[in-house]
Design a binder for this molecule. Structure first.
Ligand SMILES: [Zn+2]
Length: 159
């Protein structure tokens, strides 16, 4: 039996299926019946689907006060939320002082991509710290932040 772990497109119109890696430029067109399928007909691997659907995070500084910088996070051109950061009392360290995301957008994936973009935006920064409420700690752990004190979690560049 053939290895079925490879992601495949399963034609919605006939029995034909083919591996994504063999799909070429017309990945979703069935060469058996001509039906044009869509990414939802890909099975086996959700990560592959993500690659075909555009997932783009853009950060934009919207407000810069002496204390706080507000950064608008856009997900696929939609306003997903705002991250507020401030300089911490340590060299090359920024503190995430606020995260206000729209309900559906507060996901590990989006936050993780946004944090990655922060590194690009603030090139001098080596560490990000955050002091979440107790119930939020596991969420930040998922993003790679580790506890450094009873209140603070830290993520270092290149983590
Ligand atoms: Zn077909």
């Amino acid at each position: 039996m053939k290895d079925t772990k490879e992601p495949k497109v399963n034609c919605a119109n006939c029995e034909w299926s083919w591996e994504v890696k063999d799909g070429g430029d017309d990945l979703f067109t069935c060469h058996e019946c001509g039906h044009v399928n869509s990414p939802k007909n890909i099975t086996e691997n959700k990560n592959i689907i993500k690659r075909f659907l555009r997932e783009e995070i853009n950060l934009q500084i919207t407000d810069e006060s002496p204390d706080t910088i507000s950064i608008l996070v856009e997900y696929n051109d939609r306003n997903a939320g705002i991250i507020m950061i401030a300089e911490a009392n340590a060299d090359n360290t920024l503190e995430i002082v606020g995260v206000k995301f729209k309900k559906d957008y507060e996901t590990v994936f989006i936050l993780n991509e946004a944090v990655k973009s922060l590194w690009g935006m603030f090139k001098e920064t080596n560490d990000l710290i955050v002091a979440p409420k107790p119930e939020g700690i596991s969420f930040w752990n998922k993003l790679g932040f580790n506890r450094i004190s009873p209140e603070y979690l830290i993520l270092s560049r290149g983590h």
